[in-house]
Design a protein around this ligand. Structure first.
Ligand code: PMP
Length: 474
C-alpha cells in the first residue's frame, strides 16, 4: 500500500467510523546519536535504514473504538492513584511490566493468609489447599491460552527462563554443527543470547530474518533462509521495541514444511492479543505473568506434548523425579519433569487471578481499547514538530507500543523530564540492541498502553513532550 496523501478526518474520527485516514506528519530525527539525513526516503539509503516518513497512511483498522469502562477498571488498580513528582501517575511503561488489580493482590495475600504450605508432598490440610490452588491455577492459565491439556503448560519464572530452558533442554540435545537456528533482527535479547550460547556450544549457525523500513519482518527472504539445515525457528509474536505484530502462524507453517521446530516468544502477545496458542501451529510458546497483570517471577512454557517429550530434563532436584538411586534417577511425568524444586505457588495463584480478571474484562475489548489509544497517541504525537515514530504504519500490524525519538533530545533525557511530570515511559535500547543498530539509532523512547490507560493520559504525555521540547530550546 502506497502512502495516502488525501485530506481526511483525524485518525481517531476515522477509527470510530471504521474509515481510512492519512494524517501522520512524522518528521526527521536529529538525534545526538544519528546525524540527520535530510530528505531521506524509505529504502533508498541502505543501512542504517530509513524508517522516516512525512505522511503515514493507516488502513485496515482491525479494532472498533474502545468499549471499556476505564474509570471502573482504574478503581481496581490501587497504584494508579499514586502521585509521582506531586502529579497523578501516568503509567505508560506497560511493555516492561504491568500494574496489578486488587483481584491479583488479594489472591496472593489470601494464599499466604489461608493456604500457604508446600505442594504435592504434605498430607495435611494446608498442603492440600495449596496443591488445589496450584493445580487449579495451571488449569486456568492453560485454558486462558486455549490449551486443553494443562500438562502441556510448564511453569517458569518468565519468558527469559522459558527460552533458556528450551535452548538448553532442546538445543543442546538436538543441535549439531552445521544446523541452523533462524531468528529475526527484531528479537529481544532473551531470544538471542540463549541461542548464541547454544550455537557456540554445538557449532550450529544463527541466521536472521531482516526487517523492512517500517520494522516489519521481510518475509521475502524466507525461501532462502528456511532450508533442510534449519532445525529451529524462534520469533517474537510482538516486538517489544516497535510493537510490530509478526505473522508467526505463517512462519510456523513454513518452518514445519522444512521440519524445523518453531518457538514463539509470546511475552508481548500474551497480555495484549487474544491468543489461542495451539492454533498458532508452533511447537512452543513462552510468556511472562508480570506483563499481563500477574506477579513477577512466574510465567509459562507451553509445548505440544510430543515437543515437550523431546526435551531433556533441565534442572534436577525435588519434584521432577520418579525414583532416585545414588547413581541415577528416573523422571516424573510432564509437566513436573521440567519443574524442579518448590515452585512459585503464590505466583501461579496470582497469575490465575490475572487471567480470570483479563477474561472478565474481555480480551477483544482490551485489544480494541489499546488500538484506539494507539491511534489517538499517534495522531496527537504527530502534532509535535521533530517527532519521529517508528514501526508499522498500519495499526492492524502493531500493538499498543509507540517507539519514538524527539528532535535530538536523548531518550533518557526525555524520560527524565516526563517523569518529573508524572509520566512513566521507558527509554533505551529495550533489550534489542541489534534492532537499534539495524535502525541506525542508539535508543528510543517508548510509551506503551494497557487496559487502564486513557486518552487523557495520552494528552498528558503529549503536553510533557511539548514541555521537553521547550526546555531543550526548540
Ligand atoms: N521477549 C520480549 C518480546 C519481551 O518484551 C520481554 C520483556 N521485555 C522478554 C522477552 C523477556 O521477558 P522477561 O524479562 O519477563 O523474562
Amino acid at each position: 500500500m502506497e502512502d495516502a496523501t488525501e485530506e481526511v478526518p483525524g485518525p481517531l474520527a476515522a477509527l470510530l467510523t471504521g474509515g481510512r485516514f492519512a494524517a501522520l506528519a512524522v518528521s526527521g530525527i536529529r538525534s545526538a546519536l544519528v546525524p540527520m539525513i535530510e530528505g531521506m526516503k524509505p529504502s533508498d539509503d541502505g543501512n542504517p535504514m530509513s524508517y522516516r516518513w512525512t505522511v503515514m497512511s493507516m488502513t485496515e483498522l482491525a479494532a472498533p473504538a474502545s468499549s471499556l469502562d476505564v474509570a471502573r477498571i482504574r478503581e481496581v488498580f490501587p497504584i494508579l492513584s499514586e502521585l509521582v513528582s506531586g502529579k497523578p501517575l501516568v503509567y505508560l511503561d506497560n511493555a516492561a511490566s504491568t500494574q496489578k488489580p486488587v483481584q491479583v493482590i488479594d489472591a496472593i495475600a489470601n494464599h499466604y493468609r489461608r493456604s500457604n504450605a508446600n505442594v504435592h508432598r504434605g498430607i495435611h490440610e494446608l498442603s492440600n489447599r495449596a496443591t488445589d490452588a496450584y493445580d487449579g491455577a495451571r488449569d486456568k492459565v492453560a485454558a486462558f491460552f486455549g490449551v486443553a491439556d494443562s500438562a502441556e503448560l510448564v511453569w517458569t519464572r518468565g519468558t527469559t527462563e522459558g527460552l533458556n530452558l528450551l535452548a538448553h533442554a532442546w538445543g543442546t540435545t538436538h543441535l549439531r554443527a552445521g544446523d541452523e537456528i533462524l531468528l529475526s533482527v527484531l528479537e529481544h535479547h532473551s531470544n538471542l543470547v540463549p541461542w548464541q550460547m547454544v550455537a557456540q556450544r554445538t557449532g550450529a549457525k544463527l541466521r536472521f530474518i531482516d526487517i523492512d523500513e517500517q520494522g516489519r519482518l521481510d518475509l521475502s527472504t524466507l525461501d532462502d533462509l528456511l532450508t533442510e539445515r534449519t532445525k529451529l525457528v524462534s520469533i517474537t509474536h510482538v516486538s517489544n521495541a516497535l510493537g510490530t505484530v509478526n505473522p508467526v502462524a505463517l512462519i510456523a507453517e513454513r518452518a514445519r514444511a522444512v521440519g524445523a521446530v518453531m518457538i514463539v516468544d509470546g511475552a508481548q502477545s500474551a497480555p495484549h492479543l487474544p491468543v489461542d496458542v495451539p492454533s498458532l501451529g508452533a511447537d512452543f510458546y513462552v510468556f511472562s505473568g508480570h506483563k499481563m497483570c500477574g506477579p513477577t517471577g512466574i510465567g509459562g512454557l507451553w509445548g505440544r506434548r510430543e515437543a515437550l517429550e523431546s526435551l531433556a530434563p533441565f534442572h534436577g532436584g525435588g519434584d521432577m523425579i520418579e525414583f532416585v538411586e545414588l547413581e541415577s534417577s528416573t523422571y516424573a511425568q510432564l509437566p513436573h519433569r521440567l519443574e524442579a524444586g518448590t515452585p512459585n505457588i503464590a505466583g501461579a495463584v496470582g497469575l490465575a487471578a490475572a487471567t480470570d480478571y483479563l477474561t472478565a474484562v474481555g480480551r477483544e475489548a482490551i485489544l480494541a481499547h489499546e488500538r484506539s489509544l494507539l491511534a489517538y497517541a499517534i495522531e496527537r504525537m504527530s502534532e509535535i514538530p521533530d517527532m519521529t515514530i517508528l514501526g508499522p504504519r498500519d495499526l492492524s500490524e502493531r500493538s499498543g507500543v509507540v517507539s519514538f525519538t524527539l528532535a535530538d533530545i536523548h531518550p533518557h533525557d526525555l524520560a527524565t523530564i516526563l517523569d518529573s511530570e508524572g509520566v512513566a515511559i521507558r527509554a533505551g535500547h529495550h533489550c534489542t540492541q541489534p534492532l537499534m543498530k539495524r535502525l541506525g539509532v542508539g535508543s528510543t523512547a517508548r510509551a506503551s498502553f494497557y487496559l487502564y490507560n486513557t486518552p487523557g493520559e495520552v494528552d498528558a504525555l503529549v503536553d510533557a513532550l511539548q514541555k521537553a521540547r521547550t526546555l531543550f530550546g526548540y
